[in-house]
Design a protein around this ligand. Structure first.
Ligand code: ATP
Length: 192
């Protein structure tokens, strides 16, 4: 069983790529939504111990308040990451063990920042020109282009991603993405 990490910045098309793998029957682990699930349940005690019990309201994590706290305090962000990232890594490892496919895919926008490269055997970076990413994110979320550019500037740049990843997928036209994913799928099945 090969574990493949898919990463890339906002609007690059990670989720689109993951949907193409899922359509081939490949199990996909979405780190972002799984982290949210873990924070709502088994990480609650650790998060309350660090951030206070009122960070949960009526049983729900107050994500807005948590975001405000960690945005203003880098130690708080480091502490939150130290709770969440290892838990996601363990949860992914256990999930991957239960799968029977030739390979599995993990999607994470912060694969390297979260140390998840150690949980996968191959990394695919999804890349696209910045202005196209801004346009996609604004169209999808109704976001402000300047806010999207600021988020892009805070993420790992494409040159670094390219250097660190084993494979790159340039996502400009979806028509070109399909054969590129087909080729990676053949490769991963062959290597499994
Ligand atoms: P984020 O990190 O913000 O969640 P992402 O990397 O997962 O982004 P997607 O959600 O896959 O990116 O793509 C962003 C938006 O752009 C989506 O609305 C998607 O449908 C659209 N999109 C992605 N790739 C293409 C493409 N090749 N052609 C047209 N639209 C695309």
């Amino acid at each position: 069983m090969i574990r493949v990490g898919i990463t890339g910045g906002i609007g690059s098309g990670k989720s689109t790529v993951c949907r193409l793998f899922a359509a081939k029957g490949i199990p996909v682990y979405d780190s972002d939504s799984e982290a949210k699930r873990l924070m709502a349940a088994e990480l609650r005690g650790a998060i309350e111990a660090r951030f206070g019990r009122d960070i949960y309201r009526e049983g729900e994590l107050d994500r807005g308040r948590l975001a405000t706290i960690v945005f203003a305090d880098s130690q708080a962000l480091a502490d939150l990451n130290a709770i969440v990232h290892p838990a996601v890594m363990r949860d992914f490892a256990a999930w991957a063990e239960r799968q029977t496919a030739d390979y599995v895919v993990l999607e994470s926008a912060i694969l390297y920042e979260a140390g998840l490269e150690n949980a996968v055997d191959r990394v695919v970076a999804v890349l696209a020109p910045v202005e196209l990413r801004v346009e996609r994110a604004c169209r999808r979320d109704g976001a402000d282009p300047e806010a999207v550019r600021r988020r892009i500037a805070a993420q790992m740049d494409d040159d670094t991603l390219c250097r660190r990843a084993d494979f790159t997928l340039v996502n400009i036209l979806e028509a070109d993405l399909v054969p590129a994913v087909d080729e990676l799928d053949r490769r991963f099945r062959h290597e499994a």
